[in-house]
Design a protein around this ligand. Structure first.
Ligand SMILES: NC(=O)C[C@H](N)C(=O)O
Length: 268
């Protein structure tokens, strides 16, 4: 999560942060098949892709969907055709696979070897950002759940579930069990709580609790509000997160961790 000190274009920053398909978890056929979303809180424009293969940077493609089409979401073959038309070349699927993800895939082929609890926190990256003008944005990119069915579309590609941004409230990016997140429309739910007066922290906790009590789902969220206050919360065992605000880098992995490092540029 980023709070930009310079008035940079928030969308550009978070696209850079999330530029990876490499190392994603694999579907049941042992392939990388990705979902991604990006949203601009200024005018609620958004773009997403789902079930895309052989694309090294699905967020870039999602941004092109947002900027170059009248649609919100392109999937699978249609997304591939659009990528080609936009000059995004495909990469060999093998190039996106790491030894670690292949090993996990192999182990998970055995029946009952792949409980949801062990999959959370793997291979999803998300960002929220606010600039000096108060423009917020979010983006999320994922390979989904390990050994998922071919063609499965998760929360990440779905507006309101994998992310949502609105300058009047803030922005949210989510991770966790996609089917649970979709059932409660987690990102939009958290913004709804904020619209009704909750702080980022209260709203994130309330959203995650609601998902737990309603559908027994676990996940994690990063949230920023229109005043630049942020939080990173999760009901999973861990979630790696980092935030930059006022020249300070905050980061953590386990519950309660918040390491702070100064990142102020040294005088030349
Ligand atoms: N680890 C994750 O965040 C997975 C992602 N939410 C999905 O279900 O596709």
């Amino acid at each position: 999560m980023i709070h930009s000190m310079m008035s940079q274009v928030t969308l550009g920053i978070i696209q850079e942060l999330l530029s990876l398909g490499h190392g994603s978890v694999l579907n049941e056929e042992g392939e990388v098949e990705m979902d991604a979303i990006i949203m601009d809180g200024k005018d609620l424009t958004s773009g997403a892709v789902s079930a895309v293969k052989c694309i090294a940077n699905p967020i870039k493609l999602a941004r092109l969907v947002m900027e170059k089409t009248n649609h919100l979401l392109l999937t699978s073959q249609g997304a591939s055709l659009f990528a080609k038309a936009q000059g995004i070349s495909e990469v060999p699927g093998e190039q996106l696979i790491t030894e670690r993800s292949r090993e996990r895939w192999r182990k998970n082929l055995k029946p009952g070897s792949n409980p949801v609890a062990y999959q959370l926190g793997l291979g999803t990256v998300g960002a929220v950002a606010i600039d000096r003008q108060g423009n917020v944005a979010c983006a999320t990119s994922t390979g989904g759940m390990t050994n998922k069915m071919v063609g499965r579309v998760g929360d990440t590609a779905c507006i309101g579930s994998g992310g949502y941004a609105n300058n009047s409230v803030g922005a949210v990016s989510t991770t966790g069990h996609g089917e649970s997140i979709m059932k409660v429309i987690l990102a939009r739910l958290i913004l709804h709580y904020m619209e009704n007066g909750m702080s980022t922290e209260e709203a994130a906790d309330a959203g995650l609790n609601y998902m737990k009590t309603q559908v027994d789902g676990s996940g994690g969220v990063i949230v920023v509000n229109s005043a630049g206050e942020w939080t990173a919360k999760f009901s999973t065992k861990q979630m790696s997160w980092a935030a930059i605000k006022d020249d300070q880098l905050h980061c953590g992995i386990h519950t309660g961790e918040n390491e702070i490092v100064s990142v102020a540029a040294s005088p030349q």
